[in-house]
Write a protein that binds this ligand. Structure first.
Ligand SMILES: [Zn+2]
Length: 336
């Protein structure tokens, strides 16, 4: 929201191109207040001095109506008074003009994610991704995990071995930690013997311990349609260990067989770059594995998108999906 159309357009173009935002521009405070209700933004960026309803009054109005909605205040007047009163009225960030483009993009990206996470109506999910080896879950659901991260969901990664057969175990553990950190995820690493895994009671109990600790609402794991014996073993054990979890789905590994038969396709447009970033954490593998090459990752996601309206997708075999309609109805009633 800015009464200066040139600056408003500059901010719009910047946020569209560099932060991949959908932007609605308002020229005065009243239009802005109306847009907050109809457009339902994740974050508001507002000038402080505008005709009609001023920036500070708008901020107060937003705090009354949508206290969770992040607000960035920008002003040409570098005045301590403005800063103090804006912050007192609970702006989340304060930017001075002329705008620092990079700072604007950074602030809006960060606050939009927070805004989505704080918005009432969508309960936070607790996601558990279980893989046999380091990098398995990032290859299978890296885009989906990046999207969960963006929505403020809690993510836990459970890796059943330190991957000694694919390279130095300590190095692969450090790589796993770096990838988990990028996702803001908790990482559990077990010490099963690489290539010798079995889906027996002991493996089930290892997974159950983590399931009990994090209480996931969504679980992703290997498909049983996989020629790698470790992947099949982890699939079998996870299916048993997550029997009380509402949603369980299986991802595709590079070793999946042609029996891998997904029925859910998750559009991950905008998250492939993040997925490639995650995979680049596993440098000890990506140097010598064709399936980690960016063109292969992109081509695979592009291929699966043929079932969706998007440009990139990750496929899932659904083991179980539980939807509580009563809960949803109650929730939508509460929002109205
Ligand atoms: Zn693997």
């Amino acid at each position: 929201m800015d009464d200066d159309p040139d600056l408003g357009n500059l901010v719009r173009v910047l946020l569209e191109r560099r932060a991949h935002c959908v932007v609605e521009l308002a020229g005065d405070g009243h239009a802005a207040a109306a847009a907050v209700r109809s457009f339902e933004p994740d974050v508001v960026v507002t000038d402080i001095e505008m005709p009609g309803l001023g920036g500070l009054e708008l901020l107060e109005a937003i705090r009354r109506e949508a206290p969770w909605l992040p607000v960035v205040v920008m002003t040409a007047h570098v005045s301590v008074d403005y800063a103090v009163s804006a912050l007192r009225a609970q702006a989340d960030e304060f930017l001075t003009k002329p705008l620092d483009n990079a700072a604007l993009v950074e602030v809006v990206t960060r606050l939009a994610a927070e805004g989505r996470a704080r918005r009432p109506g969508r309960p936070r999910q607790t996601v558990l991704a279980v893989g046999a080896h380091p990098d398995d879950v990032e290859i299978g659901v890296g885009g989906i995990l990046a999207a969960h991260c963006e929505m403020g969901d809690h993510i836990t990664i459970l890796t059943m071995s330190r991957g000694a057969r694919g390279g130095d175990a300590d190095r692969r553990q450090m790589e796993s930690l770096a990838a988990a950190e990028l996702l803001g995820a908790r990482l559990f690493m077990k010490d099963l013997v690489d290539t010798e895994m079995v889906g027996d009671g002991r493996t089930v109990r290892l997974i159950e311990e983590v399931v009990n600790e994090v209480a996931p609402t969504i679980v992703y794991t290997h498909s049983g349609h996989d020629r790698h014996q470790d992947h099949r073993a982890v699939h079998d054990a996870t299916i048993v260990a997550t029997r009380l979890v509402g949603t369980v789905a299986c991802f595709q590994s590079p070793s999946a067989t042609i029996d891998f038969r997904p029925l859910r396709f998750v559009v991950v447009d905008g998250f492939l770059e993040r997925k490639l970033e995650l995979l680049s954490c596993f440098a000890s593998q990506s140097d010598n594995r064709d399936y980690m090459a960016p063109d292969m990752v992109n081509a695979t996601a592009r291929y699966w998108s043929r079932f969706t309206g998007g440009k990139a997708a990750e496929p899932l075999e659904v083991v179980r999906d539980t939807v509580d309609l009563a809960h949803l109805v109650e929730r939508s009633g509460a929002v109205r």
